[in-house]
Write a protein that binds this ligand. Structure first.
Ligand code: NI
Length: 168
């Protein structure tokens, strides 16, 4: 297992649209293992392959809100339908130090493949629904700050620049 380098906004590679996974092999398992290690190292909830510069439609999540890990892998995820709307406070490993309320669908139905390629469908709400919307966006080159109002986004980008100056 190895830690992967996470791309940080405004890295243009975060705008790549990731390609479909077609081989469910050892190489895929090894990428997923490394993604979990990277997610854990950042205490994150979700990580999309685009964020670690891997051009494949892979998402890993650790949805545990207690001390019990709840690790999930979604390959080639696709949102089939969405209902309602809700505000959720989001953060992103690629946009460090920023947390903002984002308007999302309240519940979604999606399909994905597991690590062996088996297709499954799931209805979800709450944390999983929010996270799958955030991570599928990453695979399409979209960041959650793109979904803020332009006023809010300007404020966030200013704060981000200030934070990045402090850490450089
Ligand atoms: Ni993110």
């Amino acid at each position: 297992m190895a830690l992967m380098n996470v791309l940080i906004y405004p890295d243009p590679r975060l705008r790549n649209k990731a390609k479909e996974v077609t081989a469910f092999d050892g190489a895929l398992k090894s990428i997923v293992d490394d993604m979990f290690e990277t997610l854990d190292a950042h205490n994150g909830v979700g990580l999309a392959a685009t964020q670690v510069n891997v051009d494949k439609r892979i998402i890993v999540m650790n949805l545990s809100r207690t001390d019990k890990p709840e690790k999930r892998v979604f390959i080639n995820p696709e949102i089939l339908s969405s209902h309602g709307s809700t505000k959720f406070t989001e953060g992103c490993i690629s946009v460090p130090g920023i947390y903002e309320d984002v308007l999302r669908a309240a519940s979604v139905k999606f399909k994905a493949q597991d690590i062996d390629g088996t297709v499954f469908e799931e209805d979800c709400e709450d944390l999983l629904s929010n996270c799958i919307q955030h991570e599928v966006d990453h695979l399409d080159g979209i960041l959650y700050i793109d979904r803020l109002s332009s006023l809010k986004r300007q404020r966030v980008l200013k704060k981000l620049k200030k934070l990045q100056r402090q850490t450089l």
